[in-house]
Design a protein around this ligand. Structure first.
Ligand code: ASP
Length: 425
């Protein structure tokens, strides 16, 4: 069936019909923009295509500039003739790379970076992409070794000349990976983590908009590790969150990611691509590339609950753990019964960092006697650091030094935007 870009077509696949306008498509694929505004990509040989109306102007199946070569070195240039920035897209898995497996009914990670690029043709107009598969796992299966492998690949791509990096990632643990990359890599270019809450085969999928906004940030001058995801439940803009200040705050909403104790770095308008920034950020080229991958995996984040047995801490203190982050109540408290265990940990040269279950606000252990007792026992306040970020920071800090005093000093410093300045100190 002959069709052109801009034609209206009906595509039938596995008994379901999809209608929309033909978009620029990769060789072997047909991509349409559906009435809902979402794009869907199909492998041409697996679908039946019926032409509904022919308004197309350019031939289908070609490259974005109609397959023409231009430029002195013969490199392929986009329509505008502008040379595009080089962006490496590293896929790790997660919903953004998933579809429903109809044998089991479960969502599984099946797409690679190249599949994502083929399915979202608008990306090709924003940058010159190179796809690389790091893993195909759901992010609940990530661990500190996965963070190191990913960080190594990111650094290799920057060393090879990438102007920006996109990491496609599961949303569940994206904030941990974002924090890990923030501490491990001092970056001269943007490193953007992106995911989706709904898989590509669901009509309300957020994958295309999030990926397109991520590409805008990867080509911007925001040279930080950031998370780019839907800003609202509509398809209007994405928010750009600092990698150490972001948290998934909803199980299923498309705007699940929020900056905590900070404004987002900015927003990206989906339709215009315009980026607005709200806080200061590190600009492209301000820093040179540095990579410190050391991580100490034997650290734990322990949530205090009323009546919790202090012996829980013995499992860690006697179990070879090297550091603890406590998620305390309110301003950062645990029961007085926990204080001797905190002392036992710090006397064994295990840093103990206090964070709060409130998430919003700053820890202050100098108001109530429970807090003062914790400080006397050697615990330190995590300020306004998120508990998960404090854990990743502690793992990284203990991967850099074995010295207790040095580790405590580093934990008190703002290393990558995780601690915001306090107004009353
Ligand atoms: N469980 C999935 C993951 O984190 C959820 C997602 O990607 O949204 O990989």
């Amino acid at each position: 069936m002959e069709f052109k870009q801009g034609d209206r077509v009906r595509i039938e696949k596995n008994g379901t019909a999809y209608e929309g306008k033909v978009m620029p498509s990769m060789e072997g694929y047909i991509t349409i923009k559906m009435n809902s505004g979402y794009n869907a990509g199909f492998s041409k040989d697996r679908v039946k295509v019926t032409l509904l109306g022919g308004n197309g102007e350019t031939p289908n199946g070609g490259s974005l500039n109609g397959g023409k070569k231009s430029g002195a070195a013969g490199e392929e240039l986009p329509k505008s003739g502008r040379k595009l920035q080089k962006i490496a897209i590293l896929s790790t898995g997660g919903t953004i790379a998933s579809k429903i497996d109809y044998r089991t009914g479960a969502v599984t990670s099946q797409f690679t970076a190249d599949d994502i690029l083929a399915a979202i043709p608008e990306l090709k107009e924003i940058a010159d992409f190179k796809g690389r598969v790091i893993s195909s796992i759901l992010s609940e299966n990530m661990d500190s070794e996965s963070w190191q492998n990913l960080a190594r690949a990111v650094v290799e791509e920057i060393e090879a000349g990438a102007d920006g990096i996109i990491v496609t990632h599961g949303t569940d643990t994206m904030m941990y990976t974002a924090a890990a990359l923030s501490f491990m890599i001092e970056t001269p270019v943007p490193i953007v983590l992106v995911g989706s809450q709904r898989s590509a085969d669901r009509p309300s999928s957020d994958n295309a908009m999030n990926a397109i906004c991520a590409a805008r940030v990867a080509t911007s001058d925001i040279a930080e590790v950031s998370v780019v995801m839907h800003g609202t439940t509509s398809d209007d803009f994405c928010e750009i969150h600092r990698g150490t200040k972001v948290r998934k705050m909803h199980t299923s909403r498309r705007d699940a990611f929020k900056s905590i104790n900070s404004l987002p770095i900015g927003t990206v308008d989906y339709s215009t691509g315009e980026i607005k920034t709200f806080i200061d950020y590190t600009r492209r080229g301000e820093r040179s590339l540095k990579f410190k991958p050391g991580i100490e995996p034997k650290c734990a984040l322990v949530k205090f609950t009323p009546g919790a047995d202090p012996e829980i801490l013995d499992c860690y203190i006697n179990g070879g753990y090297k550091g603890l982050v406590l998620e305390g109540t309110g301003l950062g408290h645990v029961s007085t019964k926990w204080t001797p265990k905190i002392r036992k940990a710090t006397e064994a040269k295990m840093p103990v960092i206090i964070t709060s279950q409130c998430l919003n606000g700053r820890v202050c252990d100098r108001v109530y006697d429970t807090g003062r007792d914790m400080l006397k026992a050697g615990a330190i306040e995590g300020e306004d650091t998120l508990p998960e970020t404090a854990l990743v920071k502690l793992m990284w800090v203990l991967g850099q030094t074995d010295e207790f005093d040095e580790a405590i000093k580093m934990m008190k410093e703002d290393l990558s935007g995780e601690i915001t300045e306090c107004c009353f100190k």
